[in-house]
Ligand binder design. Sequence first.
Ligand code: URA
Length: 289
Amino acid sequence: MADPVSREAEALAALQWLIDAGADEAVGETALDRTRLPEPQRPAEAAPKPAPAAGAPAPQGLREAAAAAPRARRPASLTSASETQADAQRLAQAASSVEDIRKTLEAFDGCPLKATATNLCLYDGNPEAKVMIIGEAPGGQEDRQGKPFVGPAGQLLDRMLTAIALDRSQVYITNLLFWRPPGNRNPTPAEIAVCLPFLERQVELLAPKLLLLTGGMSAKTLLNRNQGILKLRGRWDDYRHPRLSDPIPALPTLHPAYLLRQPAQKREAWRDLLAFREAMNREGLSPNA
Ligand code: URA
């Protein structure tokens, strides 16, 4: 039998293995088996059969029952990427408010990040704001609280906003992704693509006058650029929404998480913030206007 010292070493090695795999926090007492497939839904259970219309022949047999039931949700792994993408588009378009988008995303299983995240993390701030800040993806604290930018990067973002006389009641803050990538790894193009219709719908509903894009991932994705953030930052660009007629002026800037690691770059971010403030003033978006 292994002695207690080697058992402890084995346990530590197993823990390290989990951390290396991205499981960097314990979120519950009971382990979840995420590999278990959902129970198959029997069509008759999925929804009560609608009463036949007067004069219509009564539905017969399994085929009719299946046709009458709403499309049972298949696990994402059995749905093709293009079907998932089409679902995301359709569902996002059907939402008529950001709270509607939240409800839709809570029921949506098309993004695999949902399976490893603790909470949906959709937005913070004011859904009526005309200034929108778009970050990258929730981190650990955002995942626990279900709100974007509440961890250390969020606290720095708050200080950056205060420096240009703004606070969260005057802006709408969201991310490119609505669930935390495990271990804060970079999201895959497929994860970004499936979240994008829901981000685009938020932009469409708010119709912001200005966008602040924090970090390379949101700047590159939304502006359709290949350069890194150090090239893009500080240069106004146009965000072209697929369904809004006018482009929205967008300013890419350094991500607050990057600024925490590279404080010397705060000078550049400060320049961007001043430019953003000036644009707000020009647009008549001053808090006291
Ligand atoms: N970084 C982001 O881009 N978004 C968050 O919500 C938190 C950290």
